[in-house]
Ligand binder design. Structure first.
Ligand code: F6P
Length: 741
C-alpha cells in the first residue's frame, strides 16, 4: 500500500511539474504578444506628432514626445532611430546597450535588399534587474518610411505573475496529491477490512459469494493442515497418539489392514506342552507392530507357529498383543508346498538374492513362481475378506507380496494400497535377469503408493519401469502412470517406535553389564562388542568375525580383553545357502577362538538361537561397541535399536556404509565391511573413544531417532494416502456433478 501511495505521489509530482512548465510557457507567449501589441498601439497613436518632429532640429520636441510615451507605467524608455540606424534622440534613461544599429540589424528582412522596408521586431532580454521587452516599430510619414521607434517595456510584473501562478499550481497539486493519498489509504483500509472479514468468514466455513477466494482458501487450509501435522501434539514429535489422531482426522477412522508374511506374535508349542509367544527377529515386525498397536486394525500374515492354529478363533483370528489386545492377527495357513515355493523358493532364493548385492546367485524356478502367484492370490482374497469398506487402506509389506497390490486392486478397485518394499531395489540391469520382471513391476504398480527406504532405490525402480514396461514416469510428481493408473513412488525411511517399549522394563546399564558379564563369564576389565542379526549372508557376519580377527592381529593389546558376542537368530535354514552360512560362521568363530583364545578367554562368542527383545536390549546396553556389518541392507533397524538402547549415552556404533541407516546415523563410525583393516582400526578407535565423544555422537543420533521415528514413517505414508483419497473423492464428486448436469 505504501508503495502505491508513493507511486501516486510521484506521478502527481511529475504531472504538477509538467503543468507548471506548460502554464509558464503559455503565459510568457501571451505576455510577449501583449507587449508587442501595446508597443505597436503606442507608436501608432503618437505617429503624427512623432513624424512631424522627425529631424535633428526638432530633437527636443521629439524627446518630449518620447517622454510622453514613457508615461505609461510599463514603458520604461524610448528612442528614435533614423533609417541609417543612428539615434535621433532618446529618453534620458534609455540604456546605451540598446544601440539603433543592433536593433536595426534585426529589423532588416533577412532576404530583402537594403532598400526593403524595415520590419517590426520584438524581443525579450533577461537582465539582472529583471526581464525587459524590446519592441522596434517602423515609423511612416505620408507613405514614406522615416525611421523606427525603440520601446523598452518592463516585464518584471509578468515574471511576478508567473511565479505566483506556479506557486499556486504547485500548492493546488500538493493538496490534491495529499487528498488522493488519504482517500486511497482510506479506501484500501476499508476494503482490506471487508476482505479479511469475508475471508475469515469463509475460513470458518461460512459460504462465500466471492469466487476469487477459492484458490486462497484451498492454500490456507492445506497450510493449516500441514502445520497441524507438523506441530500437532505437544512438542511437534510424532507419537502413537499423534498417529492415531492423524488417522482419525485424515482417514475418518478407517481401519488399517496390514498384509505381511511374518506375523508379529508367533505361538509355539513347548516340549512341556505349554504355549510360548515369540517376537520374531524381523525388522519389519519391529517397525510395524507399534504402528498397528496405535491404529488398531488387522494384520494378515502366514500362521507359521507350531501352536498358531490352537490360538485362533473360528475365523482364524487372534487378538494381540497378549494382555493388551488392541488389534488382531488374521492367520493364513500355507501348505508345505506353498511355503516351499512361495516363501523359501521364489521370495528367498529368487527375489532376496536378486535385490541384495551380496554375491548370492538368485534361483528362479518356475514351480516356485507358480506358488508365489497362487499364494499372493490367496492373501489378496484374505485382504478382501477382512476389509470393512469398499475403499479400505491396505498396507502391503515387502518382497513376499510383489503381486498383491494389483490383485487387491482387482478385488477392491477403490482401495488405497500402500506397498512398502523393505529391501533394496537393484539396478535395472540386475533386476532384468528375473524371468518374471514385467509381472513383478505390473503387480507393484497396482499400488497407490510404493515406498522404499531411500531415493536411490526409488530411482532404481523408475529405471526398471523405464526399461521393461510401457508406462509414463512422472518425475515431477514422483510417480508412474500405467494404463491410466498412477502410483506415487517415494522414499519413506523406516524407523523405531520412540521411546522403544523394551527400554521401559530394561535393567539399568550397570545391571545389564553385570548380568551379561556373568552370562558370558567375562573378566571385570573386559571390553565387549555385540552383533545382533538373523543369520543371513547379507548381514556380513563372516566379514564381521574376520574384522575381529584382524583387530587382534593388528592391535594385540586387545587380546585377552576384547570379546565379540554375536546373537544370531537362525533363519530360513531350509535353504542350503543359509545352512552353509551357519556352518561357516561356526567354523570361523572356532578358528579365531583357537588362534587367540586362552584359558576361559574366547574372543568370539556365538549364541545361535532366538533372543527375545528384552534380552537383546540387555546386550545392547552392556556392550562397549555394536557392529552392524551388512553387505547390503534396505535400512537395518539393529543399528537404530542400539542407539535407542543407550540412554546412558555410552557405547559406539560401527555401521556398514551399505545400509540405508548409514544415511541417517552419520555420527556412527561408518565403515566398509569388506575392508578388514579399516574396520579393525575403527573397532580400536571405538574401544578407545573418550566418554564425551561417545555421548556427543549418541546424543545427536538419539535426537534424530526421536524425531524420525516409526510413527512419523507411518504418519507420512498415511497422510500421503489421505491426500490421494481426498483428491480421488473430490474427482469422483466432480465427475458425478458433471454427469448430473
Ligand atoms: O528386511 C526385510 C525383512 O522382511 C525384514 O523385515 C526381516 O528381517 C526379514 O526380511 C524377514 O525375515 P523372515 O524371512 O524371517 O520373515
Amino acid at each position: 500500500m505504501l508503495q502505491f501511495v508513493l507511486a501516486l505521489l510521484a506521478g502527481l509530482g511529475l504531472l504538477a511539474w509538467g503543468v507548471t512548465q506548460f502554464v509558464q510557457t503559455t503565459a510568457q507567449n501571451w505576455f510577449a504578444r501583449d507587449v508587442s501589441l501595446r508597443a505597436r498601439l503606442v507608436v501608432t497613436g503618437a505617429r503624427a506628432s512623432l513624424a512631424s518632429h522627425w529631424n535633428k532640429e526638432h530633437r527636443r520636441e521629439l524627446r518630449k514626445q518620447l517622454s510622453e510615451i514613457t508615461r505609461d507605467e510599463r514603458v520604461m524608455a524610448a528612442a528614435a532611430c533614423t533609417l541609417d540606424f543612428s539615434r535621433l534622440t532618446a529618453t534620458p534613461d534609455f540604456p546605451d546597450g540598446f544601440g539603433c544599429q543592433e536593433v536595426g540589424d534585426h529589423m532588416q528582412s533577412p532576404t530583402g535588399t537594403p532598400e526593403a522596408p524595415l520590419q517590426e521586431w520584438n524581443s525579450v532580454n533577461r537582465l539582472p534587474a529583471g526581464s525587459v521587452a524590446v519592441s522596434a516599430i517602423p515609423l511612416w510619414d505620408d507613405g514614406l518610411e522615416v525611421g523606427f521607434v525603440v520601446l523598452l517595456q518592463d516585464l518584471s510584473y509578468a515574471e511576478r505573475r508567473e511565479d505566483a501562478t506556479t506557486k499556486f499550481l504547485l500548492a493546488a497539486f500538493g493538496v490534491v496529491a495529499l487528498l488522493a493519498a488519504l482517500v486511497t489509504l482510506a479506501i484500501a483500509r476499508l476494503s482490506r477490512q471487508a476482505w479479511s472479514a469475508e475471508l475469515r468468514k469463509a475460513l470458518r466455513g461460512d459460504r462465500t459469494q466471492r469466487p476469487e477466494f477459492q484458490p486462497i482458501l484451498r492454500d490456507v487450509r492445506e497450510l493449516v493442515e500441514r502445520m497441524i501435522e507438523d506441530t500437532g501434539d505437544t512438542s511437534g514429535a510424532w507419537t502413537a497418539e499423534r498417529l492415531k489422531q492423524t488417522l482419525r482426522r485424515n482417514l475418518r477412522g478407517e481401519r488399517v489392514v496390514i498384509l505381511a508374511n511374518r506375523e508379529p506374535y508367533v505361538h509355539n508349542r513347548e516340549p512341556d506342552g505349554s504355549i510360548r509367544v515369540l517376537h520374531p527377529a524381523s525388522g519389519l515386525v519391529t517397525a510395524l507392530e507399534p504402528v498397528l498397536r496405535a491404529c488398531s486394525g488387522v494384520w494378515i500374515a502366514h500362521g507359521s507357529g507350531t501352536a498358531d492354529r490352537d490360538t485362533v478363533d473360528r475365523s482364524d483370528r487372534v487378538r494381540v498383543p497378549p494382555g493388551e489386545e488392541s488389534y488382531y492377527i488374521r492367520r493364513v495357513w500355507l501348505s508345505q508346498q506353498e511355503e516351499d515355493g512361495y516363501y523359501y523358493g521364489f521370495s528367498n532364493e529368487g527375489l532376496w538374492p536378486l535385490c541384495h548385492l551380496s554375491h548370492a546367485r538368485p534361483l528362479f524356478r518356475s514351480e516356485d513362481w507358480i506358488e508365489y502367484q497362487l499364494v499372493n492370490e490367496r492373501f489378496a482374497d484374505a485382504v478382501a475378506a477382512e476389509v470393512d469398506s469398499d475403499d479400505p487402506i491396505v498396507l502391503v509389506q515387502d518382497y513376499h507380496f510383489a503381486l498383491a497390490p494389483a490383485l487387491i486392486r482387482e478385488r477392491l478397485p477403490a482401495a488405497t494400497v500402500i506397498m512398502f518394499w523393505h529391501i533394496p531395489w537393484p539396478n535395472s540391469e540386475r533386476f532384468g535377469i528375473c524371468p518374471w520382471r514385467n509381472q513383478i513391476l505390473e503387480g507393484l504398480l497396482g499400488s497407490s503408493i510404493l515406498g522404499f527406504h531411500t531415493q536411490f532405490h526409488c530411482n532404481n525402480f523408475f529405471d526398471s519401469v523405464d526399461c521393461y514396461l510401457e508406462a509414463r514416469i512422472d518425475h515431477e510428481q514422483h510417480g508412474v502412470i500405467r494404463q491410466g493408473h498412477p502410483t506415487l513412488v517415494r522414499p519413506y525411511p523406516i524407523s523405531l517406535e520412540w521411546p522403544v517399549r523394551w527400554l521401559e522394563s530394561a535393567p539399568s546399564q550397570p545391571e545389564c553389564r553385570e548380568q551379561v558379564w556373568r552370562e558370558l563369564q567375562l573378566k571385570p576389565d573386559a571390553l565387549l562388542g555385540v552383533g545382533v542379526d538373523r543369520l543371513d549372508y547379507t548381514k556380513g557376519v563372516e566379514e564381521r568375525l574376520l574384522a575381529v580377527e584382524t583387530l587382534l592381529e593388528r592391535f594385540p593389546q586387545f587380546i585377552g580383553r576384547f570379546t565379540f558376542v554375536q546373537l544370531a537368530a537362525p533363519s530360513r535354514t531350509k535353504i542350503d545357502r543359509y545352512r552353509e552360512l551357519n556352518e561357516l560362521v561356526e567354523q570361523l568363530a572356532a578358528r579365531i577362538n583357537v588362534r587367540f583364545g586362552s584359558g576361559s578367554y574366547r574372543p568370539i562368542i556365538l549364541r545361535r538361537f532366538h533372543h527375545e527383545p528384552p534380552d537383546v536390549f540387555r546386550y545392547y546396553r552392556a556392550a562397549h561397541v555394536c557392529y552392524v556389518s551388512s553387505l547390503h541392507d534396505g535400512m537395518n533397524l539393529v543399528a537404530k535399536e542400539f542407539v535407542a538402547a543407550r540412554d546412558d549415552l555410552r557405547g559406539v556404533l560401527l555401521l556398514s556404509q551399505f545400509t540405508g541407516a548409514a544415511r541417517e546415523l552419520t555420527e556412527a563410525l561408518i565403515v566398509n565391511p569388506y575392508d578388514l583393516e579399516e574396520v579393525s582400526t575403527a573397532l580400536a578407535t571405538a574401544l578407545r573413544m573418550p566418554a564425551e565423544e561417545q555421548a556427543i555422537r549418541l546424543r545427536s543420533m538419539r535426537t534424530l531417532l526421536s524425531h524420525f521415528n516409526v510413527y512419523r514413517w507411518a504418519g507420512e505414508m498415511l497422510s500421503d494416502a489421505a491426500r490421494l483419497r481426498s483428491h480421488e473423492r473430490l474427482t469422483g464428486r466432480l465427475l458425478e456433478g458433471a454427469a448430473a448436469e
